[in-house]
Design a protein around this ligand. Structure first.
Ligand code: ATP
Length: 137
């Protein structure tokens, strides 16, 4: 069964949105396989965002992701990756469709509340990175 890695970023945790966001995935029908509050190390984040290392906003992104705990979780169900991304909405909340998590809870791309894996391969890598041996497929 398909799995995806979803995270509520530090701004979302700080604002008390973890329950609401997890609830949306549960009520959509996904199974929550794991859920943990994590203080990600710089090393973990450099690995997680390896494709963004050259971007001008990268240092800000690292600081943002280390500004508080991240609620990391794994959903399982048909279409977990694609539907997960659709439920989060466009990366830039200014462009997210109404009803998506980012449109409902954010305005700023630098504080966009959540993350979701963008492919099945990325999902498996991210699950291994954030949850280690606990959740190996
Ligand atoms: P995520 O990986 O968080 O689900 P994404 O895959 O939709 O997001 P990416 O382009 O991989 O988008 O960007 C990863 C994250 O980097 C974004 O979610 C956002 O937090 C941050 N980011 C992206 N572009 C910018 C930007 N122009 N300014 C500030 N932060 C940005």
């Amino acid at each position: 069964l398909e799995r995806s890695f979803i995270a509520v970023k530090p701004d979302g945790v700080e604002r008390g949105l973890v329950g609401e966001i997890v609830r949306r995935f549960e009520t959509r029908g996904f199974k929550i396989l794991a859920l943990q509050l994590v203080h990600p190390s710089e090393e973990l984040l450099r690995e997680h965002y390896a494709d963004l290392a050259g971007k001008a906003f990268f240092p800000k992104l690292l600081a943002y992701m280390q500004s508080g705990p991240v609620a990391a979780f794994v959903i399982q169900g048909k279409g977990a990756v694609k539907i997960g991304r659709a439920m989060l909405g466009a990366t830039n909340p200014q462009e997210s469709a109404p009803g998506t998590i980012r449109a409902d809870f954010a305005l700023d791309i630098g504080k966009n509340v959540c993350h979701g894996s963008d492919s099945v391969e990325a999902a498996e890598k991210e699950i291994a990175l954030w949850f280690g041996e606990n959740l190996k497929s």
